[in-house]
Design a protein around this ligand. Sequence first.
Ligand code: CP
Ligand code: NVA
Length: 307
Amino acid sequence: GGSPSPRHFLELMDLDAATLRRMLELGVQAKRGQVPGKPLAGKSVALIFEKPSTRTRVSFEVGIRQLGGDAIVLSSKDMQLGRGETPADTARVLSRYVDAIMLRTDNVAKIRELAEHATIPVINGLTDVSHPCQLMADIMTFEEHRGPIAGQVVAWTGDGNNVAQSFIQAAARFGFTLRLATPPELAPPAELIAWARAEGAKIELTTDPHAAVAGARCVVTDTWVSMSDETAQEKVNRHNLLAPYQVNEALLKHAAPDAVVMHCLPAHRGEEITDAVIDGPQSVVFDEAENRLHAQKGVLLWALGQA
Ligand code: CP
Ligand code: NVA
């Protein structure tokens, strides 16, 4: 025994502000072409997907290659994991083949079990309750366009979902004020809000999207129906509850005149966000998507101890 625990990237709350800042800075350096050589040469990373993905899949695979490493993309359907092999045994085996594992899962308990039994870093590529890689890209994007996010007001309107829950954690770690407007039925967990406030975060909860957006420097939303909510009944229910939370030009008028609009994508145009907003001058959503590539390089370089 005695080996140090691997550098997992599971939840923003698990890491301190200085560590997250350092990772983000590494990502910015990678974007600027200031990460020389092939720091992941000889390293293999398994990318495991239990759910569909465009951005996470391609940005991790390309990013690992650009850093000189090898990526192995796996669907859980094609793995024994998909027919009942435990995350613990999967972790024990993959730890002997590869240097890091990224997992996108429908159940956060699985990634916790994987990390507990892996002797290599485990990276969270989205769970039902979190999406920390997205937040690293989102912070990078805001700061590129508007400077330091600390002290700024970010407004979330819509579902209190996995991305919203990582925004709450990010507010604690990056020092911005987060106003969340959600229907009461879809509010983020009270324990998470309590945690963030205890960490000193400024979190304001409302059911009124106008109140949340008023004067905000950044307006963020996400799909009404996440990948874990796709039953027919849930879809109807969510469309009814979330219609008043759409990001449209009328809502955006309440934000700061220079507010940026973010969305992790995929967007459901005409539902949570209108074409006019997502294609409009305040939208930074495609820079945000690009920054997944750069921000995750920072995460990989940190996790694999190459920086
Ligand atoms: N934003 C995001 O994670 O997109 P994908 O589902 O396409 O990976
Ligand atoms: N909340 C969305 C994010 C997709 C990247 C989902 O979980 O489906």
